[in-house]
Structures are given as structure tokens and as C-alpha cells.
Write a protein that binds this ligand. Structure first.
Ligand code: KQY
Length: 370
């Protein structure tokens, strides 16, 4: 593996779209006792269900700590590659490399990771094991890696249409805990150079009470070029209404890198989901994560889905809108089977299915087995 100090766009690389056919997916076996209730017992079952579905149509790599290796190996299908690797938590989208492609070769980007805000408003300390994962994963796959640890960024804070447009939120990328010494223009310049993009769409905000400073992957996602789904509520008394409306207004007046108008498909939110006293009691206090309080609203959204080659896996919350979300996504992803997975046990950790998965794009060496 080479550690590169050039920039992907200058080398002819860009971030592909998630709806493109790809090679595989990376996940991390959950273990953190202040993220996942009851020692991650229920979370492991939910992760295993998701891994089972993804592994039907693409290669699956699951990282597990030394202590968890046997449990992961036992719970997961034989076709899944379990890789021993230390981690602080289990958010592969944010700590695995962002992959870029030139159409035949892939490379990883090793961003700096500071647990969503470092000492300003980060969610745990220390985070050094997570920060090393992107490079280790590239090493394990013999993929060359761009060193960009000087720039704080999580994969859940960016989406790409693969055709020159990248989407993010101001709330997250301009937050004080990321790159406070940089202006918005400077941040945009880095995104374009590293993601091979020509245009950055800056949505104002994300989902109410999202502890990532409102990652884009919970509020909006590309479903095909020039088409997005936007998390939506019609309840004007919900603080989310204004947030979703501001994003809608922005998107309806925006064009993508190719000058196309963006079609917004509203994806209804579940009714507000709050954590129970029993669930709070199941979370260990490790002097790490901020403690959750009973009744606290969790950032539930159906936008946080994963697109595998064969399926779109959508979180379900036991809400009347669960089926509605599946129906809308089935119309938008007509060549894939849209499958719901009950995901409350993942939501308690602070994210959902998109946050725990990172796609690996296709490369010639994977096609030929090299
Ligand atoms: O990408 C995410 N949504 C991860 C959130 C992590 C929260 C840690 N409790």
C-alpha cells in the first residue's frame, strides 16, 4: 500500500455514487457498552441481520476487535470475511476510508476522525483506534491511500451522485468541532479536490437532535442522478418541519454539476422516536459517551438506508410510516428489492443502517480476482 500526498481529482479519481454496482461493504461488529444497550447484545443481532442481507449480493468485510472475533465469526455467514481490528465504536461510514475510483482502480481517502467534534462537542474520547481504521483497511486490501488526516471529515457527512455533484450540510461541515480554522470556500475547495467534484450542494441542516451535528446521510440521499429523497414531516409543530422545509427550498432552487434541476422525493419521517428509561438503563456509563436521558428524541429517519447490489435495506421503527417508506423507495429503486430491518437497537447508538456500512466500489482487480 502506498500513502499518497497528491489529490484524487488531480490523479483522475472521483467518489462514485452509491447506487452504482459495487464490489462490497465494510462493517464493524458492535461492542461499545455506552453506545449499545446491554453489552450490544441486541445491536449484534440487528447488525447480523443486515450483514446477512448485504452478503447475498456483494462481498462483506466485518472488522471485529480481538475480544469479539469469536462471537462475530460464530454469528456471521461463512462468506463474510471477519478481520481482526481494534476500534472505538462501530460506525464504518465515518471511520472507514472514503473510496474513489478512476473507473478501473480504487483508492481510499484517510480523513482525520475526531468522534464528531473532538474536544469541542465530540461524542467520546479517546478516538485514536477509529482514526487509524481507514489506513488499516486500505492496507488489508492493498489499496493505495490518500493521507488527509489533517482534515476532519466523516463519510456520513457527504453524498456523491458520481457525476460531479457532492452534497453536505452546513450544520456539520461548518461546525466548530471539525475544521474551525477553514472558511466555507476553503472547505469546498478540499471537497472538490478530494472527491473529484465540480459542485457542492450545501444543505442548511439535517435531522433534529442528530448528535453528528446533522450529517447529510440522515436527511437527504441521491437515488439516481438529479433525484434525491428528503426526510419530511407535515407536522408544523415539529421542529423538524422548519429544518426539512429549509432543505426543500434550497434543493428546489439548486442545480447539479451538470446543470440539471433536482427532483425531490419526500420520504416521510416516523413519528418522533424517544428513548425509554429501560433502554437508558441498559447503557453503561463509561465516562465516554454523553449520557442519554429517558424521553430524549432520537434522530430516526428512513433516509439512512444502505444500497447493496441486490437490495435497499431500510430502517424500520414500528411506525405507521415504515411500509410507506418501503413503498416510496421501491418505486425509486425498481431493480432492487427494498427490505426493511427493525433498527431501533441501532438508533439507540445514535445512527442507522447507512452509518454502519461503507461501500467498496468495483475495481478491475476484483473482477479478475487479482
Ligand atoms: O454517523 C453516525 N450517525 C454515527 C453517530 C455516532 C454516535 C455515537 N453515539
Amino acid at each position: 500500500m502506498k500513502i499518497l500526498h497528491t489529490r484524487p481529482r488531480d490523479d483522475g479519481f472521483h467518489m462514485p455514487a452509491e447506487f452504482d454496482r459495487h464490489y462490497g461493504c465494510i462493517m464493524i461488529f458492535p461492542h461499545r457498552r455506552d453506545s449499545w444497550q446491554n453489552g450490544a447484545y441486541a445491536a449484534r443481532k440487528a447488525f447480523a441481520e443486515i450483514i446477512g442481507i448485504i452478503s447475498r449480493s456483494e462481498k462483506m468485510i466485518v472488522c471485529a476487535r480481538y475480544d469479539d472475533y469469536d462471537s462475530a465469526r460464530f454469528m456471521l455467514p461463512e462468506s463474510v470475511r471477519v478481520l481482526e481490528m481494534e476500534s472505538d465504536d462501530s460506525w464504518a461510514r465515518d471511520v472507514a476510508p472514503t473510496f474513489v475510483t478512476n473507473g478501473s482502480e480504487i483508492r481510499g481517502i484517510d480523513w482525520g476522525f475526531n468522534a464528531w467534534g473532538g474536544l469541542t462537542d465530540g461524542l467520546y474520547f479517546p478516538w485514536d483506534k477509529d482514526n487509524k481504521m481507514a489506513r488499516k483497511l486500505c492496507d488489508s486490501m492493498d489499496i493505495d491511500t490518500y493521507d488527509k488526516r489533517s482534515f476532519i471529515l466523516e463519510g456520513g457527512s457527504i453524498h456523491s451522485d458520481g457525476e460531479g455533484t457532492v452534497m453536505t450540510t452546513e450544520a456539520c461541515l461548518l461546525s466548530k468541532g471539525r475544521n474551525p480554522e477553514m472558511s466555507r470556500d476553503e472547505i469546498e475547495t478540499e471537497l472538490k479536490a478530494y472527491l473529484g467534484a465540480e459542485k457542492v450542494l450545501w444543505l442548511p441542516c439535517g435531522i433534529y437532535n442528530d448528535e453528528t451535528n446533522e450529517h447529510v446521510d440522515n436527511i437527504c440521499a441521491f437515488t439516481s442522478p438529479a433525484n434525491v429523497v428528503l426526510a419530511w414531516t407535515d407536522d408544523r409543530n415539529d421542529p423538524q418541519y422548519e429544518m426539512s422545509k429549509r432543505c426543500l427550498d434550497y434543493l428546489e432552487n439548486a442545480a447539479d454539476a451538470k446543470g440539471r434541476k433536482i427532483t425531490v422525493h419526500k420520504l416521510p419521517l416516523p413519528k418522533p422516536v424517544t428513548i425509554t428509561a429501560e433502554e437508558c438503563a441498559g447503557l453503561d456509563d463509561m465516562n465516554g459517551e454523553p449520557t442519554r436521558t429517558p424521553g430524549e428524541r432520537l434522530a430516526a429517519s428512513y433516509v439512512n438506508f444502505y444500497i447493496s447490489n441486490g437490495h435497499v435495506i431500510v430502517p424500520q421503527f414500528g411506525d405507521d410510516n415504515d411500509k410507506h417508506a418501503i413503498d416510496i423507495l421501491s418505486r425509486l429503486f425498481s431493480t432492487r428489492t427494498v427490505t426493511g430491518v427493525y433498527a431501533r437497537d441501532i438508533l439507540i447508538g445514535g445512527g442507522n443502517i447507512h452509518c454502519i456500512t461503507q461501500q467498496i466500489p468495483m475495481a478491475d482487480r476484483f473482477r479478475t480476482g487479482g
